[in-house]
Design a protein around this ligand. Structure first.
Ligand code: PEP
Ligand code: MN
Length: 371
């Protein structure tokens, strides 16, 4: 993994000790809409006023952005009400136009991050540029593409870099438009601890009623900022109507969000945390011992099935086992989805191991397909 050479967020944003806030409409629609949004954000602590000027829409029937004409509206509204400005760029022409109009921060959208050709074209256009660039995660849960995009931009000399976590597209999700897959954001942080992460609860949830909750979960994980869509009349918005908040509602949400500290120097806190972590370590070791023991039994079952030429999978047994474990987990106060996911992994490995054993050497009892 090549190291990224970046500046700390404080250096380019000036924001310290609280999350960076990027807010504004999904799309710029008119000069009046931009001015009204910015005016009504007055008094809400927004660092960068955002608006999509060119919109990469999934389907061609959707509003595809107002285009270059919206850039002066964005910049003027931001300046008038004391906010820096931000927009999405997807082509070198967008970069040129945005910079020419004085936009202060650029981001690369999720649908662009997936395409290394587009990202490289953007990187070439960004050579020598000093404005900060934030890279949204690719729509698919592929961390390599995300890192690759950062490397391309960084190699072009951009040092003021960060990422936006906006969730990942999945075939179906009941709750979210783009499920957050927090484990991927955590893994990203583990790989690139120096890169600031801004979470975008608007595109994760797709629903305004879930935004506060997801924003708080993100802050609980210690992310560095939030990007949230606001519109003066959300239900009438030309894009992403269901997820936009009024500026006033954003103000209330920001007021209620709690910012956690990375750690505390309090001796009592540190002592209790250490004691609790020792307990967790012991429990995890016991869990692994139990899993290893379980696997030894799985291996005995495989031997037994092989000798009797019986298949690895008995679907009715698996269905009954899963039902029993999920119910038991639930009775113990664990979430059923959690138990189900855990047992799916345990069972997958158990089937894999059985199949390995059953094929270790030709079984004398098994008739070939041609017999
Ligand atoms: C947006 O921020 O308006 C946008 C289009 O987001 P994403 O690239 O995350 O879909
Ligand atoms: Mn949007």
């Amino acid at each position: 993994m090549s190291a990224l050479e970046t500046q700390p967020m404080l250096r380019w944003s000036g924001v310290e000790g609280r999350p960076l806030v990027i807010a504004g409409p999904c799309s710029a629609e008119s000069e009046a809409q931009m001015m009204e949004t910015a005016r009504r954000l007055h008094g809400v602590r927004v660092d960068y006023f955002r608006a999509g000027i060119w919109k990469a829409r999934t389907r061609p029937v959707a509003f595809e952005g107002i285009g270059d004409v919206g850039l002066p509206w964005l910049v003027h509204a931001g300046r008038e009400f004391g906010m820096r400005t931000a927009t999405e760029v997807a082509t070198p022409a967008h970069v040129e136009a945005a910079l020419q109009h004085g936009v202060d921060l650029l981001w690369i959208g999720a649908r662009t991050t997936v395409n290394p050709f587009s990202v490289q074209e953007l990187a070439d256009a960004l050579r020598g540029v000093t404005v900060p660039v934030l890279v949204k995660n690719p729509t698919s849960p592929a961390l390599g593409l995300w890192t690759g995009a950062l490397e391309r931009i960084n190699r072009a000399g951009v040092r003021a870099l960060g990422v936006i976590h906006r969730g990942f597209a999945v075939a179906s999700s009941r709750r979210f438009r783009n499920p957050p897959m927090w484990e991927l954001a955590i893994e990203f942080r583990r790989r690139h601890p120096e890169i600031p992460i801004v979470t975008d609860p608007s595109h994760i949830t797709g629903r305004r009623d879930l935004i506060q909750d997801i924003a708080q979960q993100a802050l609980d994980l210690g992310v560095d900022g939030l990007m949230i869509e606001v519109h003066p009349n959300p239900d009438q918005a030309w894009s992403d109507a269901a997820q936009q908040l009024t500026p006033e509602r954003l103000g209330e949400i920001l007021h209620h969000l709690k910012v956690r500290r990375e750690t505390s120097a309090d001796a009592g806190f540190l002592a209790s945390l250490e004691a609790l972590r020792e307990r967790i370590d012991r429990i995890d070791h016991d869990l692994l011992d139990a899993l290893a023991l379980r696997m030894r039994v799985v291996e005995e079952i495989a031997d037994c099935k092989r000798e009797n030429n019986v298949s690895t999978l008995q679907v009715s047994r698996w269905a009954a086992l899963l039902e029993d474990r999920v119910a038991r987990a639930e009775a113990l106060g664990l979430a059923p989805d959690y138990a189900r996911a855990l047992y799916e992994i345990i069972h997958r490995e158990s089937v894999r191991r059985q199949s390995e054993i059953m094929n270790e050497e030709p079984s004398s009892q098994a008739p070939g397909l041609d017999r």
